[in-house]
Design a protein around this ligand. Sequence first.
Ligand code: NAD
Ligand code: MG
Length: 377
Amino acid sequence: MQYTILGATGSIGIQALDVVERLGGEVLAITGNTNAALMEAQIRRHQPKYAAMADEAIAKRLRVAVADTPCEVLGGEDGVARCAEIPCDMTLNAIVGIAGLRPTLAAIEAGNKLALANKESLVAGGALVMERAKARGIDILPVDSEHSAIFQAIQGSPRAVKRLILTASGGAFFGKTLEELRGVTIQQALKHPSWSMGAKITIDSATMMNKGFEVIEAAWLFRLPPAQIDVLIHRQSIVHSLAEFTDHSVLAQLGNPDMRLPIQYAFTYPARMQAIVPPLDLAQIGALTFEPPDDAVFPAVNLCRKAFEMGWEATVALNAANEAANEMFRAGECGFLDIVQTNEEAVARVPRVCESPCLGDILELDAAVRMAVRGHC
Ligand code: NAD
Ligand code: MG
């Protein structure tokens, strides 16, 4: 099997290369953004035919550094999209943010099977991505642990699903009051209780925007309205999500919190291969707990539901505002509570553009909302 790993230098990308290696697969192409040192090490270890850095200047430097290898180094957004469309057996999109949307569409247009970690592709471009995937007959295999869990649970009776229940760890600030959240620091927000992930998604977990995005992601992947997608706080991150069927049977997928398992399942689906992750020891875990989220302190999930109902402009605005505000919080330029507040304002102000957007419409609105958020905060 030949794999392309987009976002290979990130948290998911690094774990995906480990999975490919253990499955005995071949790496055809890898992409990154600015981390040339890691990309060079990955080129030497995995010997891909192609590599791309989204940053042109870094790509130039990398080209010189790996001149002794047969790897062709491409640069810029075009280079990343080019890697996505090289024919292969499986393309994993583990790029963070809206930057993943064009590569998602490029992989689909090229007819490549797509393992999708980049949830922002579906938040900002769900209708377009799903329409193109259907038209090209492409399977989108979820990598997000909740969606992988549901995908596994519904095998056999996908049409009898009545309700989905996404589990949420609650992030770094579970149980805090609004007053307590006002002064939290970046370091506190970056401490996730159960998962080790990239900085943007870790902050999104603390605000619960991540869970809201996952409701939208599930709505597109499993074709259910957000009203049929619930969220339940589950601090142990062992039950990765659940599906309720018409007969009220509820099926869940359980496992240790290790992203290599959903990555492996997406890569080997419908088969199951030898485990990479350690077995689950429920006796040692002892108790699994569940409770409803506090929507008054964490309004992000309901904001995402509302944006989905409003249409594509609202979810594009929501994603763009969140990316800008998340980045500004990490740079110390705004407070923690400003993130969701900014997102709410962006959704409230969103213009109506057109019925069915193309990639250009989405990227244009995304850029306008980002600029407005940066100018406003
Ligand atoms: P990360 O920040 O660790 O890695 C992001 C990757 O994207 C890096 O390889 C980086 O070089 C690349 N990248 C960044 N900006 C880019 C740009 N402009 N153009 C091209 N490439 C760019 O992020 P991550 O935690 O690995 O998350 C990746 C995606 O997977 C996100 O969409 C996230 O929501 C999703 N996801 C992550 C986890 C997790 O456990 N980390 C779990 C579920 C879903
Ligand atoms: Mg998730």
